[in-house]
Design a protein around this ligand. Structure first.
Ligand SMILES: *[C@@H]1O[C@H](CO)[C@@H](O)[C@H](O)[C@H]1NC(C)=O
Ligand SMILES: *[C@@H]1O[C@H](CO)[C@@H](O)[C@H](O)[C@H]1NC(C)=O
Length: 731
């Protein structure tokens, strides 16, 4: 069964989504004209910049005295001491869960859509695609969620799982994932999570390293087990999530797993209902999750996240989201094996929100798995909050711009005028910001874009990687909502910095969350110091309650990047380079290991150059490489196929295959010129501008192992794979 890769974030096939946009475009140009006329009437509104000033001058973070290595340390200005728990008594995820379920027992907690029908369609080239017709969301209350978690926990114990051995969850995000994890927490059982995109060897390594005895997975992962079962000696039990949408033929898979005790999730729950076990509640320093994430080199490392870490992050993030409560609906679709999603779901349930499950392949009306003419998850759920990663937002932006460009004419003009007006308003140059004019643009120009994600989003959270300023603005305007940008790593349990929703600036990640301090430590060799002007710069070091316990079974690596200071505070050295703005907000400007010293002694930052060159229209993926034995850098780029082919047509270039086009000197020259131009625009030095480049035809996706799930480059893998190409560029 072809399902198009499923778990990875970039499968969010936005090309399709924006067909939605086009179908709205007719309506949009009509209303647009009316809008433009109205606008002409109300234009003489007063210019003002009062709005912007009030928030611009507020100090969002202030210096604080801290222990450990010397540096410049800041804390959130709203809290004089670090916060640790959402409220007294909620010291572990298990305690928090129990208290919330009692308080909100009648409120909606978890929702999944009912399957109406499923069909398999065959495309021209013989590939099979699954199409689903899904119904309304079916909700369970917090009361029921609690009962189910208790039953699952009891069932697990009854099956013979010993509390001090590990459970692993290896599955797409869904309600049962959440329930299973909560069940484990109530019995003080540590849950191991593994990115689904990590591949077989990483899976085997992670399960073996943590000696997992019970594996919980969905059907998709279950199918992979027979092939590797001989390499999983520690596994004794397998629990699988049933899937209404699974082929009858797939059902037979369980027969191939006879050497393990294999039960369905429902069977374990029912076992637990008849054999209730008393809870064994954890303490706040106990490890809740060992999270295996993709490293840029070698085997993945398991980060030990304690209950205390998770509740601290949740407590801090709650203070940022205004009016969070049971009337909020959160759309959950990122992998729960990703710390941002895990933290977000804990934040949501801590406030009694409704959590509706979705996936990248079913999210919108035009998503891959949604049967044509039926509704995608967002249209049915109408979420008020969602979390996303920059790669997705970048694609949304590119997709909209492309459609607008193709559309041309009045539609394009209106879009551009509307966009500019809203931009002025947000920048505080135009009071129309919150008034009639906003209403106009929002309703007539941007509404079609908003309706794609249900039309009710009030805040968007972004994390995982820095968001480009342009993209942030674009989403602000087109979706009409503020984006909170989070900065953090698995090692800091997501929580480190978070931009505040009343902050209209772009490109920064906000002040430290109130659960931790952020310190900049000078890095002389890289040329970043805390005495730099106009802003102090240095390596970003995070200390406080969200700093995790370290790497599982890897003290050496743990001691390298975690330090405990003389006052007992834990610090994590992120390897990122940042600067503090005058209001205390952090901006990430570089990455330590992406800096290379060239032959003549100049330091160049690969990430900075890539960000600049990425603005070229031709570039889909790009990696800059610098050999320290030369005095120039080179680039490997995957071109945007559509744009390069269009150029080739216009330039009258003949070729039979795209691969051939990528190798042609003229194409390389054309793209290279666009890079040189982008480098100039960004003010890069000559040695920062790639002297030569190669074009590679195949996109880099998480499945290829060349980028992480959050679409960050894996330099080592890229270097190994394209060794020959790089060699040629230097000879
Ligand atoms: C929870 O389990 C861990 C590991 O088995 C153990 O060290 C710890 O003492 C347990 N916590 C409590 C509160 O019993
Ligand atoms: C599992 O880990 C042990 C060491 O803890 C190692 O000796 C063994 O080879 C590993 N097995 C597999 C299948 O990776």
């Amino acid at each position: 069964m072809e399902d198009g890769g499923g778990d990875c974030l970039n499968m969010f096939c936005l090309e399709k989504i924006w067909q939605n946009y086009v179908s709205f475009a007719k309506e949009y140009s009509l209303y647009g004209i009316i809008g433009a006329l109205l606008l002409a009437v109300i234009s003489p509104l007063i210019f003002s910049s009062i709005n912007a000033h009030k928030t611009k001058n507020r100090k969002r973070a202030v210096p604080v005295d801290a222990g450990g290595e010397p540096g410049l340390t800041m804390r959130n200005s709203r809290f004089s001491s670090l916060i640790q728990f959402p409220w007294d008594g909620a010291t572990t995820v298990a305690a928090l869960f129990e208290q919330v379920c009692e308080k909100h027992s009648k409120d909606r907690s978890l929702g999944m859509r009912k399957l109406i029908s499923r069909e398999v369609v065959e495309s021209g080239n013989g590939r099979k695609f699954e199409k689903l017709h899904l119904g309304e969301y079916v909700w369970q209350t917090y009361g029921l969620t609690f009962e189910r978690a208790c039953s699952f926990a009891s069932g697990l114990i009854k099956m013979g799982h010993e509390r001090d051995s590990h459970v692993a969850i290896f599955s797409d995000t869904r309600a049962e994932w959440f329930i299973a994890a909560q069940g484990c927490f109530r019995q003080n059982i540590t849950v191991v999570t593994i990115y689904a995109s990590l591949g077989e060897d990483a899976l085997v390594h992670s399960l073996n390293e943590t000696q997992v005895s019970t594996l919980i997975c969905d059907f998709k992962q279950l199918k992979k087990l027979p092939a590797i079962s001989s390499r999983l000696p520690s596994i004794k039990r397998v629990i699988y999530f049933e899937d209404e949408a699974v082929d009858a033929a797939d059902g037979g898979i369980v027969d191939h797993l006879k050497h393990w005790t294999t039960l369905s999730f429902a069977e374990v729950e029912s076992l637990g209902r008849t054999n209730p076990a008393d809870p064994t509640l954890p303490s706040s320093t106990d490890v809740a999750v060992v999270m295996y994430t993709s490293g840029s080199t070698g085997y993945p490392k398991g980060v030990m996240i304690t209950h205390g870490n998770i509740v601290a992050t949740a407590a801090a993030v709650r203070t940022i989201i205004p009016d969070l409560g049971p009337s909020d609906v959160y759309m959950a679709y990122l992998p729960l094996a990703h710390v941002f999603e895990l933290a977000a779901e804990v934040v949501m349930f801590s406030a009694g929100c409704a959590i509706g499950y979705s996936s990248a392949l079913t999210m919108t009306d035009t998503s891959n798995k949604i049967k044509r003419g039926t509704k995608g998850d967002a249209s049915v759920l109408k979420p008020t909050l969602m979390i996303t990663v920059p790669a997705i937002l970048d694609r949304i932006r590119d997709g909209v711009l492309k459609k607008v460009e193709e559309k041309g004419g009045v539609a394009k003009k209106l879009f551009n005028v509307g966009y500019k007006r809203r931009l002025m308003a947000i920048d505080g140059k135009w009071l129309g910001a919150w008034g009639l004019e906003r209403l106009l643009w929002d309703n007539f120009v941007f509404k079609p874009i908003r309706s794609i994600v249900g039309g009710r989003i009030r805040l968007m959270l972004s994390g995982g990687a820095p968001l480009y300023a342009d993209t942030q603005r674009f989403i602000n305007i087109c979706l009409g909502v503020p984006i909170g940008q989070g900065y953090g790593l698995t090692e800091t349990c997501a929580g480190a910095a978070f931009s505040e929703f009343d902050d209209p600036s772009v490109g920064r990640v906000g002040p430290p969350l109130p659960c931790c301090y952020i310190k900049l430590v000078s890095w002389e060799e890289g040329g970043y110091t805390i005495s730099d002007s106009p802003m102090p710069r240095g390596e970003v070091v995070v200390g406080g309650h969200s700093i995790t316990k370290g790497y599982y079974n890897n003290d050496e690596k743990t001691n390298e990047v975690y330090k405990v200071d003389e006052r007992g505070m834990r610090w994590f050295y992120t390897g990122d380079v940042g600067q503090f703005h005058p209001d205390g907000c952090l901006e990430i400007i570089d990455r330590k290991k992406d800096i290379v010293k060239l032959q003549h002694g100049e330091y160049i930052s690969l990430g900075k150059i890539e960000a600049a060159l990425g603005t070229s229209n031709y570039v889909e993926n790009i990696m800059v490489y610098a050999d320290p034995f030369h005095n120039y850098c080179v680039a490997l780029a995957v071109p945007s196929r559509q744009i390069l082919e269009k150029w080739a047509r216009d330039a009258g270039i003949e070729y039979s295959k795209f691969e051939e086009l990528c190798q042609s000197d003229r194409a390389i020259q054309e793209v290279h010129q666009s890079l040189v131009k982008a480098a100039k625009t960004a003010g890069l030095d000559k040695f920062e501008t790639p002297e030569k480049m190669a074009l590679l035809p195949d996109p880099w996706t998480p499945e290829t192992g060349l980028v992480t799930a959050a679409l960050k480059l894996k330099r080592e893998q890229l270097k190994a794979k394209f060794k020959d190409e790089l060699h040629k560029l230097y000879h």
